[in-house]
Design a protein around this ligand. Structure first.
Ligand SMILES: [Zn+2]
Length: 95
């Protein structure tokens, strides 16, 4: 994806998000969500339809953080967008 901090294109981004049992798991776009594999737990979190969950991401190029909105469909990650409404935790170098 395009990093909102260093503005490089197609950088590798690591994203973590919290769901149910405090799992912090790294995913790539296209991955199946862990709760789909452990269907008995977290039943309420499973979804067949589309939903947006919020994640915390780190750019592997500049190591700056930002918040993301992750699009889930049929228990797979289908897309990720930068959430510009939440300020990042790591300040800019020249801040
Ligand atoms: Zn970056």
């Amino acid at each position: 994806m395009n990093c909102p901090r260093c503005h490089r294109d197609n950088v590798e981004v690591h994203t973590e998000f919290k769901w149910g049992y405090l799992n912090l798991i790294r995913y790539e776009i296209g991955d199946e969500i862990e709760w789909a594999k452990k269907g008995r737990m977290n039943r309420g979190a499973r979804t067949e339809s589309e939903r947006i969950i919020h994640g915390y991401s780190e750019c592997r190029a500049c190591l700056k953080d930002f918040w993301t909105a992750i699009q889930i469909k049929n228990n797979r990650i289908v897309g990720m967008e930068v959430n510009h409404t939440k300020p990042p935790l790591i300040p800019d170098d020249n801040a």
